[in-house]
Design a protein around this ligand. Structure first.
Ligand SMILES: Cc1cc2nc3c(=O)[nH]c(=O)nc-3n(C[C@H](O)[C@H](O)[C@H](O)COP(=O)(O)OP(=O)(O)OC[C@H]3O[C@@H](n4cnc5c(N)ncnc54)[C@H](O)[C@@H]3O)c2cc1C
Length: 445
């Protein structure tokens, strides 16, 4: 009665960790040689490059508690770093965690006609602050299906929506403003300006690696099919990446923690509403450009969002002026730029050197300094993050109370939750709880 978890990202690893804490025998099958999926770190020439998730927030309770329980407490870094928004040719600096919702808006950058709208956004954020929690998309439900672009155009006008709101949504949710729901926009605001960003001293991949030390994980094995007989899980067809040979394994309890499109492929027996939701779940591509260099940079905010007015360009960059508690050797710096959606798509066919050159020139423009790169890495995520389009959260919430229709099959992963590290971790815990029958199961196994 071993439980098999498909996918060694944070969703799958969290499910497995919780199950094993309750005495269940669990094995994780991960198709790559490395754990972590979209939250992994590689060491190149002494630089620890985060190839997916760049940081967590101090409001990510499940992530933080888990990291501490895995012994990563001393590795946690939650500095009080400001966030910068580069728009209309100027850098606007926000200090996270002052919890003054007005502080989250560049009011000084607004024209008189935009000011009233900004104020009303701030009031709404203040009123519903606690509702905009990344772990509870069900609570983001909104009566209207209006998208964030329409809403903001009405409130603050098209120009400010592009300059201010779009980079925030692109970074926090990986999508265009016109694709996301209004509550998702408020979640992005809360995350970026009212939560403090934190990270692990050895890179974000440390969390997955720490999990790997506690759980049985088989790497380099891809699950090709979940076998279902009479609406019950009966086994798995797995393929070893090395020799390409397929094997059939018996399994009665399986948690799939892979992107929605992959679940559709490997579990074709899923039908009904769940199948529709899986098929509807769209992803935004992401491209992460990691750079290692030595130059001095002026003391600007380390996290900068780039407004759509500066396009084509990255949506977000993070620069670390590294020291011993950070991810590069003493005296060196590391910068990461993230391109999402259209910007990522436009670069997919480009050569690595061109992508790096373009990124460096944008960074130089923002930081007003020359950057000479020693090492670089370009990482493409075709299925970067699910898009929280209007109605998405409500459908997912419906799923929690419904059944998968297949006995012994559960799901975890950020497709079904919030597109964050916290969403992945919390979804893994929920899937494990459903299997264990502890608390109120969100969806039946
Ligand atoms: C560029 C980028 C930046 C991000 N930045 C942040 C951030 O700063 N902060 C934040 O909180 N979140 C961020 N996120 C989101 C966060 O990284 C994800 O929400 C989270 O890591 C997803 O975890 P997961 O377990 O759901 O999926 P994944 O990490 O995708 O894990 C799925 C795993 O399943 C494996 N797999 C797939 N198919 C199979 C198969 N058939 N058989 C076996 N294994 C399989 C994959 O190889 C993968 O390891 C970012 C995401 C991206 C892409």
């Amino acid at each position: 009665m071993k439980v098999i978890v498909v996918g060694g990202g944070l969703g799958g690893l969290s499910a497995a960790y919780r199950l094993s804490a309750f005495g269940e025998q669990v094995t994780v099958f991960e198709k790559a040689q490395r754990l972590g999926g979209r939250c992994a770190t590689s060491n190149i020439g002494g630089f620890l490059f985060d190839e997916g998730a760049q940081f967590f927030r101090d409001s990510y309770d499940s992530t933080l508690k888990t990291a501490i329980s895995l012994g990563l407490g001393p590795e946690l870094r939650i500095p009080k770093e400001p966030v910068g928004l580069y728009s209309r040719g100027r850098l606007h600096v926000f200090q996270p965690r002052d919890l003054a919702c007005l502080g989250a808006f560049p009011l000084f950058n607004a024209r008189p006609s935009e000011f009233g709208g900004m104020l009303s956004l701030a009031l709404r954020l203040a009123r519903d602050y606690r509702k905009y929690d990344v772990r509870f998309p069900g609570r983001w439900t909104w009566s209207s299906d209006e998208n964030a672009f329409g809403y903001l155009k009405r409130k603050i006008g098209i120009e400010l929506a592009g300059d201010f709101a779009e980079p925030i949504v692109r970074f926090a949710l990986g999508s265009d403003l016109s694709e996301v729901s209004v509550p998702a926009f408020y979640v992005a605001l809360r995350m970026l300006f009212l939560d403090r960003p934190g990270y692990f001293a050895g890179g974000m991949g440390q969390l997955a690696e720490a999990y790997g030390g506690k759980i049985e994980c088989v790497r380099g094995v891809s699950v090709e099919r979940v076998v279902v007989e009479k609406n019950k899980v009966s086994g798995l067809i797995v393929k070893e990446e090395d020799d390409g040979k397929e094997k059939v394994l018996k399994a009665r309890r399986v948690i799939c923690a892979v992107p929605a499109c992959e679940i559709s492929r490997i579990a074709p027996d899923i039908q009904g509403k769940l199948r529709l939701i899986l098929e509807e779940c769209k992803y935004s591509p992401h491209m992460v450009v990691c750079l290692g260099f030595e130059n001095k940079l002026p003391a600007l905010p380390k996290i900068i969002l780039n407004s759509s007015g500066q396009r084509p360009g990255f949506e977000f960059c993070r620069v670390s002026l590294r020291n011993k508690v950070d991810c590069a050797q003493v005296g060196q710096k590391e910068a990461t730029a993230v391109y999402v959606g259209q910007n990522a798509r436009a670069l997919l066919g480009e050569k690595k050197e061109n992508i790096v050159r373009k990124t460096v020139s944008l960074l130089e423009e923002i930081y007003q300094a020359e950057i000479e790169v020693i090492h670089s890495k370009v990482h493409k995520h075709n299925f970067g993050r699910p898009i929280v389009f209007p109605g998405h959260s409500r459908k997912i919430a419906e799923l929690w109370s419904g059944r998968t229709g297949i006995e012994g099959l559960g799901f975890a992963g950020d497709w079904s939750y919030a597109p964050t590290v916290e969403g992945a971790v919390a979804s893994g815990f929920l899937a494990a709880d459903a299997l264990l029958g502890t608390g109120k199961p969100r969806w039946a196994l």
